[in-house]
Design a binder for this molecule. Structure first.
Ligand SMILES: CC(=O)SCCNC(=O)CCNC(=O)[C@H](O)C(C)(C)COP(=O)(O)OP(=O)(O)OC[C@H]1O[C@@H](n2cnc3c(N)ncnc32)[C@H](O)[C@@H]1OP(=O)(O)O
Ligand SMILES: N[C@@H](CCO)C(=O)O
Length: 325
């Protein structure tokens, strides 16, 4: 992204130690932001999306770790994205340049440099956050001491691209209404078929809508109140282009570069990024060991919901940083 004026919004928890060896990078998913957790620490009053993970007595205890969470490049919660002013003073909007997951990580490298962090004790993320975490470990192996990749692929699959392409077409036709359509399509892929069947069945509400239809309407309306359609499109295109193996001799060769102590986890009911995609990563990253499986009825969104299981994985990862083999 040479030439793009760049601002990065980020939040931190805890304090860096003298050599910054306690710094942990947490990377959010598609519609997430830098507000990982809240309600437990001064300065972070409102709840976050991984509340159970950061806070006193939690896996990422600010008394021990310096936790850093940036808003992604192309996002709409403070970091440069389509909402930001272009050189002519008007918002970039649809003129915002295409960015890749590699560009996003390159921006996060600049943040690490700015904060004086040579190597992260851990880099972790789920979904799109896991794509960036993996890209960090491949492109900057010396700067990632441990890595958690959760519910992410090494490269977006044909099905991922197909689902996303329908969403991008909807936004291209009508940004605001289209993002609602996109969220409906995406949200179905974030949940599991048995969950939807058990929870909603064929129930019809008094207003005539299927209950599941009304549920999707609700999530579409909620997103419209908090997210920018141009940003949704930029980030979706970045995910479509995600392939750690591009120009690196393929996925296996790229993953072979990773030197971080690595845990790779999938969710048993995830139909967006099913666990076989994480098994591919676990097999190719040196020393990653067996794939870990989060058990959940909720599908892909379990990376946000099953926080206790995620916290155990983070605990195990950080234990390895405290006591390296
Ligand atoms: C890192 C990141 O990804 S950050 C972004 C994370 N946040 C999001 O993605 C926001 C969208 N939300 C979600 O995807 C989910 O709510 C999660 C993953 C955060 C949590 O999942 P769950 O706790 O299982 O929530 P669930 O999907 O059941 O949604 C609950 C909502 O649906 C509503 N709902 C349930 N049934 C119906 C229905 N028949 N009609 C209308 N609304 C309904 C509930 O009232 C509730 O509303 P609220 O969220 O405004 O309080
Ligand atoms: N609910 C998540 C799913 C994408 O991983 C989000 O909106 O970011």
């Amino acid at each position: 992204m040479p030439g793009l004026p760049l601002s990065i919004a980020y939040e931190t928890w805890g304090e860096p130690n003298e050599d910054r060896s306690n710094a942990v990078l947490v990377l959010h998913a598609l519609t997430g932001d830098s507000h990982v957790a809240g309600g437990v620490e001064p300065g972070h009053p409102t709840p976050g999306w991984w509340d159970g993970l950061v806070g006193p007595g939690r896996a990422l205890d600010p008394a021990e770790w310096f936790v850093v969470a940036p808003n992604v490049l192309g996002g709409c919660q403070g970091t440069t994205g389509p909402w930001a002013p272009a050189p002519d003073g008007a918002p970039w909007g649809p003129r915002f340049p295409r960015v890749s997951v590699r560009d996003q990580v390159a921006a996060e490298v600049l943040l690490a440099d700015h904060l004086g962090i040579g190597a992260w004790a851990a880099v972790l993320g789920g979904s799109m956050g896991g794509m960036r975490a993996l890209e960090w470990a491949v492109s900057e192996p010396d700067r990632v001491r441990s890595l958690l990749v959760l519910a992410s692929p090494a490269a977006s699959t044909a099905e991922n691209i197909a689902l996303a392409s329908a969403q991008l077409h909807a936004i291209a036709l009508d940004p605001v209404g289209g993002m609602g359509v996109a969220r409906r399509i995406a949200h179905v892929s974030y949940r599991s078929e048995p969950e939807l069947a058990t929870r909603f069945g064929r129930a019809v509400q008094p207003d005539g809508r299927f209950a599941v239809e009304s549920y999707l309407d609700h999530h579409a309306d909620k997103l419209a109140r908090r997210f920018d359609p141009e940003s949704y499109a930029v980030l979706t295109e970045a995910m479509n282009g995600h392939d750690v193996g591009r120009d690196r001799g393929g996925v296996r060769a790229a993953l072979g570069r990773v030197t971080a102590r690595t845990i790779v986890a999938g969710i048993d009911s995830d139909r967006l990024y099913p666990p076989h995609l994480q098994a591919e990563i676990a097999e190719a990253v040196p020393g990653a060991g067996a794939l870990r499986v989060v058990t959940s009825p909720y599908g892909h969104d379990a990376f946000l919901i099953e926080v206790d299981q995620v916290a155990k994985l983070v605990d195990e990862l950080l234990e390895g940083v405290r006591h390296p083999r």
